[in-house]
Design a protein around this ligand. Structure first.
Ligand code: SF4
Length: 325
């Protein structure tokens, strides 16, 4: 399912199920939550795959699974031809240099008592890659690339704004010279003007350092700026997937259409007809039968309540899961 180039990451039929032990008045209900339900996609080298979905759609679980930060129920994550779930601890440790994670809130992963320079260089020290003086030089280089000033090196996390903290988070991720980064809602805690700066930094770094991204966001307008390929998730399943132009210019799934209808257009002379979905996203522990989207779908027919649609290729590299497409 790659659009261009050789695949760097191939996610095959990924499933992550867990037991939900929520308490009900009548019994302890142990239903199975299908947080990720048979998801497959490929990310080519140098590509940005934007994974979009509402809260509870499973996108962060996918982000953690592709870095093996969590166990999976079934499926495979193939990185450079090897299934990372079959790798030994030492192979995985080698891979960890190439895989990095950028969090929504970098502050939570920074020790308030550790100076920024030490936090950025920490991974180099852990892996025994460079001497202390080499690390300081490398940290200064990476800080410069990430738009941080040299005098920031001896400051503490609380002295930085949200945007600067995210620059620190990115600097920590790229200092190991990775080739693949999972960025999970990296701009959603920031003001819109700062969001644009951080997205531009991701784009710049991708060009300079030939990075490949899995970029996770609930916000389609953010993904539109950075992704070359997009997957739209709903209750753990991909509803639509294709190139950015296919998904944004010709959305075929009613869920994608509804999400896009809520994205503001910068040109005030153009108005989009807003598609309002019925109700809220269902509880993942008790997803609707058939097509998981049928309880909110404006097009739903009887068949949708019973039979789940397959994710089918409707044009080259454009996949849609809907009986009516
Ligand atoms: Fe809507 Fe049915 Fe298509 Fe699902 S399969 S998106 S319920 S029309």
């Amino acid at each position: 399912m790659s659009l261009t180039g050789e695949p760097l990451l191939d996610v095959k039929n990924l499933k992550k199920y867990y037991k939900d032990s929520s308490f009900s008045l009548f019994k302890n209900d142990h239903s199975v939550v299908k947080a990720v339900d048979d998801v497959s996609f490929t990310i080519a080298k140098g590509e940005t795959f934007g994974l979009v979905g509402e809260s509870g759609s499973g996108k962060s679980t996918i982000g953690r699974s592709v870095l093996r930060l969590t166990d999976i129920t079934d499926g495979a994550v193939i990185y450079k031809g090897k299934n990372i779930y079959q790798q030994s601890k030492s192979e995985l440790r080698e891979n960890r240099k190439n895989f990095q994670f950028v969090f929504q809130d970098p502050f939570s992963s920074l020790n308030p008592r550790i100076r920024i320079g030490d936090a950025i260089g920490e991974a180099l020290l852990d892996h025994g890659i460079a001497s202390k003086s080499e690390i300081r030089q490398k940290v200064l280089e990476i800080m410069d690339v990430c738009g941080l000033a040299p005098y920031h090196i001896d400051r503490f996390p609380h002295e930085f704004s949200g945007g600067q903290r995210q620059r620190i988070g990115i600097a920590r991720a790229i200092i190991m010279e990775p080739d693949f980064i999972v960025a999970d809602e990296p701009v959603s805690a920031l003001d819109v003007s700062i969001q644009a700066q951080i997205i531009n930094l991701f784009i710049d770094l991708q060009e300079k350092k030939h990075l490949t991204y899995l970029f996770i966001s609930h916000d389609l307008s953010v993904v539109e700026h950075i992704a070359s390929k997009v997957g739209v998730l709903y209750l753990g399943s991909i509803m639509e997937m294709g190139s950015r132009n296919q998904v944004f210019d010709n959305p075929l799934h009613p869920y994608t259409q509804a999400l896009l209808s809520a994205v503001p257009i910068p040109d005030p002379t153009i108005k989009r007809q807003r598609i309002l979905l019925k109700g809220d996203i269902p509880n993942p522990a008790t997803p609707p039968s058939g097509c998981k989207f049928h309880t909110r779908c404006p097009w739903a027919i009887e068949k949708c309540k019973e039979i789940a649609p397959e994710l089918k290729e409707t044009e080259p590299n454009h996949f849609v899961a809907c009986h009516l497409v």
